[in-house]
Design a protein around this ligand. Structure first.
Ligand code: ZN
Ligand code: FE
Length: 240
């Protein structure tokens, strides 16, 4: 079973460190910066062997070179964004798969937030690294993609097993939840979830990972019944 550690960095970014205990291979997902990642790995006695990027934004790739220089890790990122992430060693895209030690990792295409955004899914461990695509009660802003693309991605994620844990790259839950509450005011699951979220944030704790089942019940973007409804909700959230 994958061992997963969260590293909060910058204002609201989450970098994830994950280790396959059998092989000792360690991946860092979306390293915005290097020093806190290297410190955490050192503290744990973990040797970073891979770096995964979900998309080209600097708050997901900024630590690439420094971590590689310190560890010799291999950088794996989206084929569609290779020109924007010159440090990529291995470019991958949807339908492809890679390995972390003995673990099978599926690459999923997730256009929307950026055109080449990818996700890393470990079906054996029921873990999904969702970058800036799926957040608790939210989804990424559409900077480069069209609503129908993001909506298609969310529908595909909705179909994953409910107990898949979702590791995203930001703490946006409270703001997403406030929008979810006004979008679906009668959804008791959202009201209930927001009580837990408020308590977690008061204690200074992360509200992630989430699960596919929880998103099916509370995510107004995944729950949209049509592209039109999704598109309207996304636009409303952008101005919320
Ligand atoms: Zn981004
Ligand atoms: Fe980001």
């Amino acid at each position: 079973m994958l061992e997963i550690v969260i590293i909060p960095v910058l204002n609201d970014n989450y970098v994830w460190l994950a280790r396959d205990p059998e092989s000792g291979e360690v991946v860092v997902v979306d390293p915005a910066v290097a020093p806190p990642v290297l410190e955490k790995a050192e503290e744990l006695g973990w040797r970073i062997t891979q770096i995964w990027n979900t998309h080209w934004h600097p708050d997901h790739t900024g630590g690439n070179e420094e971590i590689r220089a310190a560890t010799d890790a291999i950088i794996i990122g989206p084929r569609g964004e290779r020109d924007k992430i010159p440090s990529i060693d291995v470019a991958v895209s949807g339908g492809g798969s890679i390995r972390l030690g003995n673990l099978d990792v599926h690459v999923l295409d997730a256009p929307g937030h950026t055109a080449g955004h990818i996700l890393f899914y470990l079906p054996g461990d029921k873990a999904l690294f969702s970058g800036d695509t799926l957040f608790p009660m939210g989804c990424g802003r559409l900077f480069e993609g069209r609503p129908e693309e993001m909506f298609g991605v969310l529908k595909a994620l909705e179909a994953l097993p409910g107990d898949v844990r979702v590791y995203c790259a930001h703490e946006y839950t409270e703001a997403n939840g406030r929008f979810a509450l006004v979008t679906e005011p009668e959804n008791v699951a959202i009201i209930e979830r927001m009580r837990h979220v408020g308590a977690s944030r008061l204690r200074g704790e992360p509200t992630v990972p989430t699960t596919i089942a929880l998103e099916r019940a509370t995510n107004p973007f995944m729950r949209a019944r049509s592209v039109e409804e999704f598109s309207q909700r996304r636009a409303a959230k952008d101005n919320f």
